[in-house]
Design a binder for this molecule. Structure first.
Ligand code: BTN
Length: 243
């Protein structure tokens, strides 16, 4: 599988989509040292200065139903969390659906974008941004964001090692996912790392906000939230942990 490296790029997600359209095979990985317009979820930008982070996008062309594609973000989150823990020794947990936190602070975000028509997927790009050596963050996000170095008390890491480890976990979990096209064989491992689990959460985005207790995920990747009156399945949206 090919890995393409760039010193500077607009966004590895954009590059990966271009390569997909040019016929590059599933499994192509785009890595950059710096992004000039790194994209975050919900139209936000992703801080991507040189030397500080891992900015990479895996392009895949899975033969699955587009309705199942969003689960791949959870597969990627699981892989990144495992890789961070194995390389840094810090406990990396998942904030549903796909943020990775260390000591409660976000160190990684994932932006998955799909190009599909009807029931056929042309390609999916899974963009992963990991804050590795950042020493500080812009004011607006400094409360919630951190880097592996900060959380590990100043220790530095080899970005290439984190990338390799993430890809090796992803490959394994991706194969497992493809067998059933759902997360049934991964729910247990995901739930073990779920920072929201057994915690009070507020589900913000879709329709009416509500409070409840997060219990884990379903094999479809929905978050199971118990309120005092009923069990709810949340399939998208922002969830905040309330302790
Ligand atoms: C989030 O908002 O949490 C998702 C952030 C995703 C950032 C990564 S960095 C590599 C890839 N290229 C991008 O432009 N975005 C993703």
């Amino acid at each position: 599988k090919e890995v393409l490296y760039f010193d500077t790029i607009d966004s590895t997600n954009i590059k990966a989509q271009e390569l997909a359209e040019k016929g590059y095979p599933s499994g192509t990985l785009v890595v950059a040292d710096k992004q000039e317009s790194g994209k975050g979820r919900r139209g936000r930008s992703w801080v991507s200065p040189s030397g500080t982070g891992i900015f990479m996008t895996l392009m895949i062309k899975p033969d699955i139903n587009p309705n199942n594609a969003s689960m791949l973000t959870l597969v990627a989150a699981l892989a990144v969390a495992k890789a961070i823990t194995s390389v840094t020794g810090e406990e990396a947990l998942i904030k549903w659906p796909n943020d990775i936190v260390v000591n409660g602070k976000k160190v990684c975000g994932i932006l998955t974008e799909m190009n599909a028509q009807f029931d056929y997927i042309n390609h999916i790009v899974v963009g992963i941004g990991i804050n590795v050596h950042n020493e500080s963050f812009p004011e607006e996000i400094s409360q919630m964001a951190s880097s592996l170095m900060i959380e590990a008390g100043g220790k530095r890491f080899h970005r290439a090692q984190i990338i390799a480890e993430t890809m090796s976990y992803f490959e394994q979990y991706y194969d497992t996912f493809l067998k059933t096209q759902d997360l049934s064989a991964l729910v247990r491992e995901y739930d073990e790392l779920l920072v929201n689990r057994n915690k009070s959460v507020r589900v913000l985005d879709p329709k009416e906000p509500f409070d409840g207790k997060a219990m884990g995920i379903t094999p479809k990747g929905e978050l199971i939230v118990d309120t005092w009156e009923s069990r709810k399945l949340v399939s998208s949206g922002e969830v905040s942990v309330r302790g």
